[in-house]
Structure formats: C-alpha cells, structure tokens
Design a protein around this ligand. Structure first.
Ligand code: BG6
Length: 505
C-alpha cells in the first residue's frame, strides 16, 4: 500500500482552560468528558499537558464527586479504555464549581478560574463550552461578559465560546441569539458546533470530491439524476423528551445535520482549505437553495410520529407513550423532504432527505444516483439498474460504487456489482470521535468545521415556511409509522411521485 500524504497536520492544543457550562448534563457525560480524556490520553496527547477542565453547573457537589462521575462516564462512553496513570493525570486537572444558576455564580467562576490558572501556571486562554439548554444560552453569554470573563478578540490570550445546537428554535430566535452573541463576542470567538461535521466520513467527502479527478467531472446535473440522504436511528426519544418534544425532527436533525451533509456534498470547490474559503463555498449552497412557498409545504415535506412496534425483536412504545411527552403532542419524529439547489451545477437535480427515530436500525448514508444511459444498446428491452455512488456515514463507514457488469457465460446477462471501500478494513488507525476533532479545533482556533452565523440564519430561513405551515395548518397530516418500520406512506409517495424510490440503508 502507498504511504499516506500528510496534507494538513493536526496541531497540539495550546495550554488553556476548558470550562464546561452544564457539566453534569448528558452531553458532558456522553461526549465532552470522554473526548477530552481521549485527546489527553490516546498516545498522541493532543491536549497540552497543563490543560485544566473546569465543570460548572447548578448542582453543588464536591470536585471529588465530579471526578468520580467523570470517571464513570469515561469508562462507559470513551472509545479507549481507562489507563490508570493517564486517568490520575487527567483527574488532577478536573475541577468543579456549582451554582451556575445562583446570583454571583459567574463571579465565583472568574475567581475559581484565576485560582486554577495560578495553581497550574496557565495563561488565561479560556474556552467556555455552553452545554446548556438553548433558552439559557443568551443569559450565559451575558453573565460571562458581566463577570469580566470575555476578553476582546485582539487580546494576547483567547476567549472562545462554543455554542451547541439547537442554535435557536426558529428564524426569529436564531437571529436574536446571534445578535446577543455579537453584542459580547467577535465572530472569530464563536464556535457554533454541528458534530456531523466532525465525523470522519463527512470530512472525507471533501477528499473524495476534490482529491480525485474522476468524481468532480461527473458531479453535476449532466450526469447526476438525484441525491438521497437518509439518517436513520433505531433509538427513540429516550430521556430527552423535555427537549425533543419542543423540537421535533425538523429542528433536531434537518436544520443542522442533514443540511450540513447536503452542503458538503454539493458545494463548489473552495479556493483553498482555509476556514473562510470553505465556509464561503458552503454559504453559496445555502443561498442557492430554492425557497419553499407556503402553499407547497404539503407536497415537499412529510412529517410523522412513531407508534409502538418491534425493534431488534423487542417491543417498544409509541412516541405519545414516552415519559415526558405531552399528551396532545404534535411533535414529529420523522421528516422527509425534497430540496433543489438552484445554481448551474445542480439545477433540476432533486435532493431527497429523510431522517427519523425508531427506524429499523441506525444507519446513515448518502446516495448519488447517476443518469441512465441512452436507450440504445443494453437497455432497449427494459430499464437497467442505475449507477449509484454510496457514501456510508455510519456505521461501517466507507463508500461503494454500484455499476453494471456482464455475468460470465455465453449469454449477455447484466448484473449490478459493487466496488466497496470499508474504512475499517482499509485503514488500521482508529477514527477520533467527532467531538474530539471539534474540541481540538476550538483549542487551535480552526473554524473550518464550524458554522457561521449567516449559515445558521439561512438554514432557519429555508425551513421557516415548513415550521409555520405545520403549526398553523391543521389540514397537514401528522402521519404515524410503526416503530421498526421505514417511516410513513407519505415519504414513499413523496419520492414515488417523481418516479423514484428510497434506497435501502
Ligand atoms: C443529535 C440529535 O444532534 O444527533 C439527536 O439531537 C440524534 O436526536 C443525534 O440522536 C444523532 O447523532 P449521531 O452522531 O448518533 O448520528
């Protein structure tokens, strides 16, 4: 096998303090603490040795208890096992402060930060990770500012703020949040995260498209018939009903992860790999998305909610029976929609997107289906299977190309065959978790994989007509699908009306 060519090397993070606001929450336990541990521990030691992680949340617990909870979370969710000497070193850098919701809480945070910086001889490079509910974000940024914790962007040491999704609840709230952020922070200090952009396969899309000469020639409406993106989850709403019942699949997945996947697949080659260039190319896509007229919402978007059913031979309850879901909930757990990018490259090529909870299994993939050959030779007697490039996002990351071949024998029989690349079997190294990469990028100040405020605004602007119609028009159905099925009939009709069908993931 040939050697890999290192195009851009990951930098080691500079010494800093990472303050996790909402440190006792789900995100901190499942993703942030395990990712920080992995960055610290796994061989390459990407964190500066003197990094401090300060948990800040409402609950008043001792640092010792926070460390014990962190250890449990890391043993459970980290991709590498706990190594005692690594853990002891990591634990020594974990600190905790309660009282996030108390008057004066942020002033105490400032004092604690300064003490930690003095004790560990750290420069005041600070990252505030807002792992808190969306409605608490503006107040948190205001509090950071009034406690004197936000230094100007041109200071010798950095202050960076990481904003987790959902970034707003609709267009209006997203614009307001952006305004608040800009009142206290420079855009260069804001890191709006979408963890799908940290996934290895999503980044590979750029390499696949722009490091290979064959694909880019065909990557347009002359050769591509349509694109499908499916993000399927078998999990239900779990313990997150308080958030999810207010959000639904359109806000939770479509506005962010799905649109990001679509944008990465369709953007023009950026002029360089700089953050600004990549973000500009992505902005051009979202600006070219065809606006959705209110009267067309019904024909281009489908919503549905799961009923009880069977997944993995286990019977599971319906969405309305889940703990914490309102009795009269009108929240969708599945959404399918059709979009068009009205630019020269993609004019006339439909993009079909679907995502849902309680589908048969967890699998995400993008299918690029190529146009049929002219009906002259092999397909005179009937349509042949189209060529399809599949990008598998998860699990079993990789890609495959389905083409037609002649079956050996005297007859001319044509059969689809697959050229398949599986990351797992091709590469030996382990992929870092999306959050590891993104946390490292925040520390090194690289914005490439983060969203600009304008992108977020435009993505809400695109979907707002759907949100409005679903809220205001009782005639738009909320379909129901059984857990363990592939979604509602409406999703089938949406694509079948165009003479196409969903591909299996
Ligand atoms: C989150 C959503 O952003 O992404 C969840 O809030 C969803 O509802 C999750 O389950 C899916 O992420 P992944 O990485 O497991 O595909």
């Amino acid at each position: 096998m040939s050697e890999a060519v290192a195009v851009a090397k990951a930098h080691q993070a500079p010494p800093c303090t990472v303050v996790i606001l909402g440190a006792s929450g789900d995100l901190a336990k499942r993703k942030l603490l395990p990712s920080l541990y992995n960055l610290r521990a796994c061989g390459r030691g990407m964190l500066a040795p003197d990094t401090v992680i300060l948990g800040f949340a409402r609950r008043q617990i001792e640092t010792g208890e926070f460390r014990a909870q962190a250890r449990e979370a890391i043993s459970h969710y980290s991709r590498i096992e706990i190594d005692e000497s690594c853990w002891n070193d990591f634990a020594g850098r974990l600190d905790y402060l309660g009282g996030l919701d108390q008057p004066g809480g942020f002033h105490k945070l400032k004092k604690r930060l300064e003490e930690a910086e003095t004790a560990h001889k750290l420069p005041p490079n600070r990252i505030f990770y807002l792992a808190i509910p969306p409605q608490a974000m503006s107040a948190a940024v205001e509090n950071l500012s009034s406690a004197g914790l936000i230094n100007p962007a041109n200071s010798a040491n950095f202050t960076r703020v990481v904003i987790e999704k959902p970034i707003g609840h609709d267009l209006k709230s997203a614009v307001e949040l952006n305004r608040t952020l800009h009142r206290y922070l420079d855009e260069s200090q804001i890191f709006r995260i979408d963890h799908y952009l940290g996934k290895e396969t999503v980044q590979n899309m750029m390499v696949l498209r722009f490091a290979n000469s064959i694909f880019e020639q065909m990557w347009n409406n002359r050769y591509i018939d349509h694109v499908q993106i499916t993000v399927a989850e078998s999990e239900g709403v779990g313990t997150r009903a308080a958030y999810y019942d207010q959000a639904g699949a359109l806000r939770d997945m479509m506005q962010n992860h799905m649109l990001q996947l679509m944008t990465m697949l369709s953007m023009e080659p950026p002029v360089s790999l700089d953050a600004a260039a990549v973000r500009n190319s992505k902005l051009d896509v979202i600006r070219s998305l065809r606006p959705i007229p209110p009267e067309q919402v019904r024909s281009i978007a489908v919503r549905a909610r799961y009923a009880g059913g069977i997944i993995d031979r286990q019977s599971v309850r319906g969405y309305l029976e889940e703990a914490g879901v309102a009795e009269a909930s009108r929240t969708e757990t599945f959404v399918a929609m059709k979009a068009y990018i009205d630019n020269w490259r993609w004019s006339g090529v439909p993009f079909y997107l679907r995502t849902g909870k309680r589908l048969p299994h967890r699998a995400s993939a993008i299918f690029v289906q190529f146009k049929d050959v002219p009906t002259i030779l092999f397909n005179r007697q009937g349509a042949l299977q189209p060529d399809v490039l599949t990008l598998r996002i998860q699990p079993d990351e990789g890609f495959s190309f389905e083409v037609l071949a002649k079956e050996p024998g005297f007859d001319v029989a044509i059969k689809p065959v697959k050229m398949n690349l599986s990351y797992q079997s091709e590469f030996t190294g382990h992929s870092p978790d999306a959050y590891e990469r993104l946390l490292l990028d925040v520390m090194t100040g690289d914005h490439t994989l983060f969203l600009s405020g304008e992108f977020v605004r435009l993505s809400w602007q695109l979907l707002q007509p759907i949100l409005d119609a679903w809220r205001d028009d009782p005639a738009i159905p909320m379909e129901v699908y059984p857990a363990g099925g592939w979604g509602p009939d409406g999703a089938e009709t949406l694509i079948r009306n165009d003479g196409r069908s969903w591909r299996n993931v």
